[in-house]
Design a protein around this ligand. Sequence first.
Ligand code: PMP
Length: 409
Amino acid sequence: MLDVQAIRKDFPILHQSVHGKPLVYLDNAATTQKPRQVIQALVDYYEGYNSNVHRAVHTLGQKATAAYEESREKIANFIGAPSSQDIVYTRGTTEAINLVSYTWAEENIGPGDEIVVTEMEHHSNLVPWQRIAQAKGATLKGIPLKEDWTLDMSTLGSVITERTKLVAVTHMSNVLGTIVPVKEIVQAARRVGAKVLIDGAQAVPHMRVNVADLDCDFYAFSGHKMCGPTGIGALYVKEEVLKEMEPFHRGGEMVREVWFDRATWNDLPMRFEAGTPNIADAIALGAAVDYLQTLGMDNIRQHEIEITSYAIEAFKELEEDLDHYGPRDLQYRGGIISFYAEDVHPHDLGTFVDSYGVAIRTGHHCAMPLMRQMGLPATARASFYVYNTTEEIDILVDALKKALRYFSK
Ligand code: PMP
């Protein structure tokens, strides 16, 4: 069980009024708030030991390098990676997926090959594969959704074929909250010798993830959705795959020896981290991992199941005017609820509830193909995290009731 009131004390930003009402922050799928412990890690670095990493012999440089690498260890341990060498720092999920598309996919995907995604991907895990498919003469295929908003796993045998080279799937949908049985997908991909990339942007912050157990080849996620800073994230790559990959960016620190006309590459994972990295944010991401581990990932998941089930129940009061989407079975559902009211544009709904202090996201959520499939121009979305309470759900539902009344006039 999480002590939510104690947790809320760690988040300075939550203690403010918006339009004269206490802030109710329900846009956690877009980005989460940061606890003092993470903010303090940034302050400690900049006030105490700001220095470049992997270069200097001086004390501050040594301290910065140790903290930067310690953070990598924490991240590896957090997601069950066999070694910290398998973790490449990136700006976030988007950069991590692009890294794979510009390196591994460039070299390994050719004419007639197939790349398999799901029908509910974020643009980050779709547009990079469109580029590869177009450039290489490969085909992009989608695992379809069922009416209950879970993946139609019965199609795996026909969608994933001998031609499939890469299966790139989300672990949790940022629109529907659907949790994807990625382990089964990895097993199906293995049968045809395809590699698997998992977009874990919405999964790593909310549940226990173990990449070694999943046996995936690539796993991408962002720090800012898990109490960490923006501008930092990570890509896990299975060692045997990473060893064979060509560098992404070229420049300082990713090299071992440079002549005028050629160079050799540094060890893993530095080979993939050219230039001065985002040191402060990498260290603060380690602090975010510490914070989440202290709370316990199973407790976090349990809290979100409780909040989501409370929200689904509370939304029954709105069901005449408002539909919501996503699996009803909470075993397959994270803390996300997307909704749509026939008579009110989601942006109007979002602006109205903001005047009651409630922050929700409205729009296509960077998943336009899914919106089209849902037959909607956009949805409103409430998404929950460790500091959200059932009282906040009541405030949301109350504000939505007022909005629906107001716009039906
Ligand atoms: N994938 C999913 C499922 C997401 O929800 C997001 C963020 N909305 C991303 C990828 C992209 O993450 P980032 O913007 O941090 O790169």
